[in-house]
Design a protein around this ligand. Structure first.
Ligand code: AMP
Length: 395
């Protein structure tokens, strides 16, 4: 795997695919610059070597070239975060972009307009990718969030470069996932939560070969509990996945993986912060009530497993953490993972909602690594090779 440290960028121009798909408020201000900060080390490395930087990214899902999706809005934030006055050009290909890129001096940074203002970006159009490739000498991919897409700037463009590598962010993402999937220290525990079994089936099937313990929590646990004959009231259940749930349990047994399901739940009489609540065994929830968080015994059992693990993967909250009344399980589990990490375990958190949860409860600093790419991480956990990663690995 070629990474940025294999190169010296003196007098070279790096074309860097970054993920600057940042939230912007109505006045055009960036409300969370995490993604810009995440790309900073790669940009600084090129500049400190004596090179110049051309940055390309998408922003949102524009249909036409609406100004609310223009990357011009983030230029001052990029300048502030990187500490270098950033130039901007109002197209990402064509003469104007090529001239701006040609005039760039070592130490300078240029941001291109939103790649998705051209439909050819998402189509992975080779001609469009070739035009992009004219803007730099070396291609760097540092956008994990789009690495599972075979778009022009994330994948196709790589073929037009002799010199191409991963940036620091993408390198760290790949290394962290490999630490779980390929070279994990045992015992390995995966915690899968969230709403639906259906969105995580392929992940479960793939990781059964790699883990010692699989904790299943959140809404998806009820399909398993019901399939085993439990009474789950009006909890979230995917009836058409019950058979599959039983197959997964059987498969796990065959592979020697211990599956842990919640034993008690915080139940509510409606899906609301103001609902009446109670605690019952997860397989004996009264009609009209639904399980919305892990109960105290479950939290203790899950935390116990986590505390004995050396590698921990966490994807998906184990309760409706968005409502304070049902956030306790997710917080306590996060704290247990934090504690295990302090004691030497490697912990990786990924997937949109678990990342929001650890951030919301200020647990992110306690994890070994918090992934930046929801969909990309899920696809890696499913065992797929991501096109954006493959395009660079084939050097
Ligand atoms: P996912 O995108 O599949 O990871 O699902 C995340 C969502 O699952 C979050 O918005 C949680 O509120 C929700 N969730 C977690 N536990 C439950 C539950 N017991 N019942 C319903 N939704 C849940």
């Amino acid at each position: 795997m070629k990474t940025i440290d294999d190169y010296n960028f003196k007098n070279k121009q790096a074309l860097i695919r970054v993920d600057f798909n940042v939230p912007i408020d109505q006045d055009g201000n960036v409300t969370d610059a995490t993604r810009i900060e995440a790309a900073k080390p790669t940009i600084i490395k090129v500049l400190e070597d004596g090179g110049s930087v051309v940055l390309m990214s998408h922003l949102g899902r524009p249909k036409d070239n609406e100004s609310k999706y223009s990357l011009q809005q983030i230029v001052s934030k990029v300048s502030e975060v990187i500490g270098v006055e950033t130039k901007f050009v109002n197209n990402c290909v064509g003469e104007v972009a090529e001239n701006a890129a040609k005039n760039l001096q070592p130490g300078e940074v240029l941001l291109l307009e939103n790649l998705r203002f051209h439909k050819e970006e998402e189509e992975g159009d080779p001609d469009f990718a070739k035009k992009l490739s004219k803007l730099g000498d070396v291609y760097i991919n540092d956008a994990f969030g789009t690495a599972h897409r075979a778009h022009a700037s994330t994948t196709v463009v790589a073929q037009y470069f002799e010199e191409k590598c991963f940036g620091y962010l993408l390198k760290k993402e790949i290394e962290s996932l490999n630490k779980v999937l390929k070279s994990a220290e045992k015992p390995v525990t995966a915690i899968l939560g969230g709403a639906k079994v259906s969105s995580k089936i392929t992940v479960i099937e793939n990781i059964l070969d790699k883990v010692d313990h699989l904790i299943i929590g959140g809404g998806m646990a009820f399909t398993f509990i019901k399939a085993r004959g439990g009474k789950v009231g009006s909890s979230l259940v995917e009836d058409d996945k019950q058979e599959l749930a039983l197959e997964i349990l059987k498969m796990a047994e065959k592979k020697g993986v211990e599956i842990h399901l919640p034993v008690d739940s915080v139940i509510a009489d409606s899906f609301s912060e103001l609902a009446d609540t109670d605690i019952t065994p997860t397989d004996n929830i009264p009609d009209g009530w639904m399980g919305l968080d892990a109960g105290p015994k479950t939290i203790e059992q899950f935390s116990n497993i986590v505390s004995k693990s050396k590698t921990i993967l966490w994807n998906g909250p184990i309760g409706v953490f968005e409502m304070d009344a049902f956030a306790n399980g997710t917080i306590k589990l996060g704290e247990a993972i934090g504690e295990a990490t302090k004691n030497g375990a490697f912990s990786l958190v990924g997937g949109g909602d678990s990342v929001s949860a650890v951030k919301k409860f200020n647990l992110d600093d306690q994890m070994s690594y918090v992934s930046t790419g929801g969909g990309a991480m899920l696809e890696m956990l499913e065992g797929k090779t991501l096109p954006g990663i493959q395009a660079i690995s084939e050097v």
